[in-house]
Write a protein that binds this ligand. Structure first.
Ligand code: KMH
Ligand code: ZN
Length: 310
């Protein structure tokens, strides 16, 4: 059967943007991350985008040891493809960020396609008290934070992971990042089909207006023709609106507590699976079908869940 009407749901389980105070449902410990990932896959996510955190403090933790605490469990419990972040946290250096993907050789790894300001300081004002001492300074310091992804950094991640057969989720936070991807394609350092994850609504990146979404798609169409698979991620309250727009335009969808804590206006999502279920409703309401993990592998030309090192 053709994959034409299939929509891939990626679920990003915990990330590095939100802090423990912001939601009691944000997965922190390896047990929580594994359980949330498995439930998201059960609800329809074909790809699980994973970060790790320190179980005591909830701080982003990019050590391979932290990932080793949940990766085997997730792999054994689901057929969903596992995507390991190489973004880590914007505070980390690229050499640290790439280590888990280099060691565990996943089917997919994220790859951030350019440097941006990464403002989270506006979130700090929403909370009077924080659960942990590190949270407020971590958010405030983003007034002066550049999420560095230089050409050298991108090339370093590509070269470290490429021989492992890992393919990439190319995270594009602005139009220029599409041009950066085209530059690497021209140099033969990346191979189609490109899985382009357009990111909308981070302070420092492109906005969330429907025209922003249109412009990303138009530009990607012009640069890559039929050589890319488009997915979108709307931050915060824009998550499902942007998902719906992109799905109607033939795109794929990323949801998850990494980028949005919400399941409606002023209502916290109680799990990642809840957001996946909402994405599923949108897809099926449009007369499309949610892609299974194997269909996603076919669409993105992934190496297979038995070809990883965990
Ligand atoms: N939270 C996304 C906007 C990564 O993991 O490489 C960015 C992200 C980065 O997912
Ligand atoms: Zn991420």
């Amino acid at each position: 059967m053709s994959n034409e009407n299939k929509v891939i749901i990626t679920c990003a389980i915990t990330g590095a943007i939100h802090t423990p105070t912001m939601s009691p449902y944000l997965p922190i410990t390896p047990d929580q991350i594994a359980a949330e990932a498995l439930a998201a896959a059960e609800a329809g996510a074909a790809i699980l985008h994973l970060h790790a955190r320190d179980p005591e403090t909830g701080k982003p933790d990019q050590t391979p040891e932290a990932f080793a605490r949940f990766l085997p469990r997730v792999k054994q419990g689901t057929k969903a493809a596992i995507n390991i972040t190489t973004g880590g946290s914007p505070y980390m250096k690229v050499e640290e960020r790439v280590r888990p993907a280099a060691q565990f050789k996943p089917e997919v790894a994220s790859l951030n396609m350019g440097s941006i300001n990464f403002g989270l300081y506006h979130l700090a004002d929403r909370y009077k008290e924080f659960k942990f001492d590190w949270e407020k300074p971590h958010l405030e310091a983003t007034r002066d934070l550049v999420f560095r992804n230089s050409f050298r950094d991108i090339e370093y991640i590509l070269k470290t992971c490429y021989d492992n057969g890992t393919r990439f989720e190319f995270e594009c936070y602005d139009i220029a990042h599409l041009y950066n991807l085209a530059h690497f394609a021209e140099r033969g350092l990346v191979k189609p089909p490109f899985f382009v994850q357009s990111v909308f609504g981070l302070l420092g990146g492109i906005g969330t207006h429907p025209e922003d979404v249109m412009h990303m798609k138009r530009t990607a169409d012009r640069l890559f023709g039929d050589q890319f698979r488009w997915s979108v991620l709307g931050a915060g309250g824009s998550q499902l609106r942007i998902a719906a727009q992109a799905a109607a335009m033939g795109g794929n969808i990323r949801v998850g507590l990494e980028d949005s804590l919400w399941a409606g206006k002023g209502r916290l999502a109680t799990s990642n699976a809840e957001q996946v279920a909402m994405a599923r409703k949108i897809i099926e309401g449009l007369g499309k079908q949610v892609a299974t993990p194997d269909e996603a592998r076919d669409i993105l030309e992934l190496k297979g869940g038995d070809q990883v090192a965990f």
